[in-house]
Design a protein around this ligand. Sequence first.
Ligand code: SIN
Length: 279
Amino acid sequence: MIVSPLTGRFGADVTDIDLSRPLDPDELRGIEAAFAQHQVLSFRDQVLSIDEFEAFALQFGTFGDTPYITPMDGHPDVLRLLRQPDEQGPLFGSGWHSDWSFQEQPPSATLLYGVDIPPYGGDTAFISQTAAFAALSPAMQSLLRGLNGVHSARRSYGPRGTFGQSDPNRSMDIKGDESALRTLCHPMVRVHPITGVESLFVNEVYTIGIDGMADDEAHAILEFLFRHSRKIDFSCRVRWQKGTLTMWDNRVTQHYAIDDYAGFRREMWRITLAGEQPQ
Ligand code: SIN
C-alpha cells in the first residue's frame, strides 16, 4: 500500500491495495494508522460491488443511523447520492458540514465510493478541524474549551428546511420532518478518542447556536469560527475518478460537495460508521 499526502496538512491518496477482499491484519493496521494521521484517505482504482463496499466499511466499525434519506434497495445502510445531468435544485452536501452532527453520537467516519463521475467538476472539499483549532490563539482555544455548540438538523431537514419536503424532480428520496427541529449540545472542542488531539466541532449547516449565549453573541463567535475554518490553509480537495473510495474522519473534518458539474451525471454510494458521544 502506497500512501501519498495530498497537502502538507492532511489528506492522502492510497494506491496499491485491493479493498474488494478482506484486509489482512497488517493492511488493517496500516490503514488505521494512515487514517489517524491523514484524516481523509482516497483509495484509488477500486472495483467494488455494494456487498464488498459494505464488507470493507465493517472492518472499521458498525453502521451508523441514516435519517431522512431512503437507502438503496436491499442495503439499508447504503445511500445512493445521485445527481442527473439536468437536475436543478439544491445539491446534497453542498455546504460546510460534518455528517449528522445533530445526532447524539455522530458518525465516526464516512465512506464515499465513486460509481459514475463527471469528466471534470464534482470534487469534494475538506477542512481539517484540528488544523483550524491549532491555529487559534491560546486565549480563544481556552474560551472555546468551556463552550457547547447547539446542533440541529432543522435548516436542512426541518419542514421549512432545504430538504424538508419531498421533491419528485430530485433523484434522491429525501424528506425531512418535525424531528429535525430537535436540538442537542456537543462540546465546541472535542478530543479525538484515538489520537487524543483536540479539534473544533462546529459547522455551518448544523450548528445553530452556543449553549447559554444570546443569539447575537453566539452568532458573532460562530461566524468567526466558520470563516476561520474555511481558510484555504486548512483545506484539501479530492478529485474523484470512477472507483475512488474516500473515507474521512467525521470527528475532525468538515466537507463540502462542490456544485459545478451541471450537464453531467454523478453517482456515489455512501456509508456512515457509528461514532461516540463527542467529549
Ligand atoms: C456528503 O456530504 O456526504 C456528500 C459529499 C459529496 O457528494 O461530495
